[in-house]
Design a protein around this ligand. Sequence first.
Ligand SMILES: [Zn+2]
Length: 330
Amino acid sequence: MNVLSRFLYLFMSLPIVVPNSYFVTWDKLISRFIWGGKKPRIKYKTLQLDKEHGGLALPNLKQYYYAAQLKYIACWCAPEIKAQWKQIEMNLGACRTDPAFARWRDKGLTALCLFLERDEIKSFEKLKSEFNLENRDLFRYLQLRHFYNSNVKQGITLKGKGLITIFTESYRHLPNKTISRLYKGLQSQNDNSVSAKSKWEKELNIKLSESDWHDLCKTQQTSTRSGRWKEFGWKIILRFFITPQIATKQQGKPKYCWRQCGHVNANHSHIFWLCDKLRIFWDSVIKTIEGIMGYIIPKDPQIFLLGLLPKDSSSLHVRFVPTPHRPLTS
Ligand SMILES: [Zn+2]
């Protein structure tokens, strides 16, 4: 995206603090452009989520700014990046107050992640053989292990692990597309909940796990190559359309179902699944698919409306019962 690359150039070139109000203003300008000055139908933060979480991967400028700044920490970690400022930084820190740590630095022990194996500090014997430590280093090893277990370990959350991994991997080599990876790491720490998910749960009286939501968003993106149908599927699951229920709230007078079934204040579930006028349509869709696939598929809005397929094979056996004329095994 042309706009994003221009912003990124500035974020990387200018080592200054960009006030939060700037990001708010830029987000408002972009939102106004997307919706043509009209009231947004989907939250800006939802649009910024990646496609597998129900968004459209709209760039989050603030997080791109953070990622651009964090890149220098990854460069600091990467051994192949040579710069004078790195040497100045290395001469600071623990080795200044305790010369023994300077010996560790010279042996290549420059970061805590080098002491770790599956999030645990390696044994002293193992470190001795790997980095040629001496017996007199045992006390400092115990100090470091205590510091890690009491101050660092519990602060590492599952969400933050993706970001930490980028820095620890940088000690081997700087990863490609560092800013993009850091941006994804920052995004993984965001709250990815979408209001549409809880509204579908309430209307259809179902329970969708985070993984279910992830799967059905993915289905919308991968089940067709047509951009038009992808967009339509996305609009359905994100509840883009202004239903009679929403129009009633907006205009203050009761609105009837689009399909003229006589239902007042029809919501998304009614419009796309429950409406009596749709019964023949959905029955014919199900019958056609069953004819092609050769087994019975339950008339379930999670499958046909939201595109959520059963995950495990045992569930498939229970839910997709083979028809007598063409069993599954044939
Ligand atoms: Zn209706």
